[in-house]
Design a protein around this ligand. Structure first.
Ligand code: GGG
Length: 344
């Protein structure tokens, strides 16, 4: 039995994750999957009322008792500096060693496997400010990368691309303007690539990469990049896929097999509570979770039902339709039930 911790979080996270959980529960029941789910209330409400992000021992408890996390979104206008978001989301990524974030860009006929390093770079938390009563005078955020962190990331991604039968891989960097970490990434990429002769490597500046990605995504198969560039590039990819409502991600620790699966989107406070959030990305993240746990057939079935629901006239507002969260979810559940009955 694999236990999955479910953390809906804030805003629309608390709407799209329950919808995804309904889909997962149906699949688990009908296909007798060895999964169970437990919901945790980590997020803005608890941060504001108890000052708690991840409760003491929470990371260790997840690592010991759970195999994966289904995560929603963090972000709340009452916490403008996102202190709780950094504490929880970055705490989980670092604490559970989830150093690979796989963010596929799925377009008609083309899938770009984008991998983002998830634990260091500008997100390492190194920096500070100086100033006085008038406010901040100098602010510094350091981009920090260690060779072992880049090596383990690049090594895993190259092998994952080889396993998927990919032939080309692109390192996305900015070594002309950010020379120190840029050179480390190039050095590691070239050395690790030499051990994977099935892959041909190219290197591109992040700005040129975004330009070419938008004009012709079929230039790319696998893309490896550091933390901030990956964060930005995955939103570019989401826009190309139709919007943030459909883009999903998996953050994994290859050594332990632990994974955290989430929509790329944030908490969207502007539409939270209106019942119009698109649960597609949360459900697509659930499909990634199922595949990661070895339930390939169910993952594929869910993906197909999601696509059919979005194309079949029940698209939500962000995709140009008028369906509510509930209507889209009901359509996916209905399609799934019919598919499962047919398969029996
Ligand atoms: N699911 C990704 C996530 O929640 N990321 C945090 C984030 O970007 N928050 C900003 C926001 O909610 O506006």
């Amino acid at each position: 039995m694999v236990s999955v911790a479910v953390i809906p979080g804030d805003g629309i996270g608390a709407e799209v994750i329950p919808a995804a959980l309904r889909v997962l529960t149906l699949l688990t029941r009908e296909r007798r999957l060895d999964l169970d789910f437990e919901v945790f209330d980590w997020g803005a409400r608890r941060w504001l009322s108890e000052g708690v992000g991840i409760p003491d021992g929470g990371v260790e408890m997840l690592a010991r008792q759970y195999g994966a996390v289904l995560f929603g979104a963090l972000g709340d206008p009452r916490i403008p500096d996102m202190a709780h978001g950094r504490a929880i989301l970055l705490g989980l990524r670092r604490g559970l060693g989830l150093y690979v974030s796989h963010r596929p860009i799925e377009l008609p006929g083309v899938t770009v496997d984008l991998y983002r390093e998830n634990t260091q770079g500008l997100y390492a938390g190194v920096g500070g400010t100086t100033g006085g009563p008038a406010g901040i005078e100098v602010a510094v955020d350091e981009c920090v990368y260690t060779r072992p962190a880049v090596e383990r990331f690049v090594r895993y991604c190259l092998r994952d691309l080889r396993r998927k039968g990919r032939r080309t891989v692109t390192l996305v960097h900015k070594a002309n303007a950010v020379p120190h970490t840029g050179a480390l990434w190039q050095d590691v990429f070239r050395a690790e690539l030499a051990a994977v002769p099935e892959l041909t490597g190219t290197e591109e500046y992040v700005d040129a990469f975004c330009y070419h990605l938008i004009r012709d995504a079929s230039r790319y198969e696998g893309v490896l990049t550091e933390n901030l560039f990956g964060d930005i590039a995955s939103d570019v990819g989401a826009a190309m896929m139709g919007g943030l409502g459909v883009a999903a991600s998996a953050s994994v620790c290859p050594e332990t097999g632990f994974g955290l699966f989430e929509p790329v989107h944030g908490s969207a406070p502007d539409i939270a509570g209106t019942g119009t959030a698109n649960p597609y990305a949360a459900m697509a993240a659930s499909a990634m979770l199922l595949r990661h746990l070895g339930h390939d057939e169910e993952a594929t079935c869910l993906r197909e039902c999601l696509r059919a629901a979005a194309q079949g006239g029940t698209a939500t507002r962000d995709l140009g339709g008028s369906a509510t969260t509930e209507a889209f979810t009901a359509t996916v559940l209905d399609l799934l039930e019919r598919r499962l009955r047919k398969d029996d």
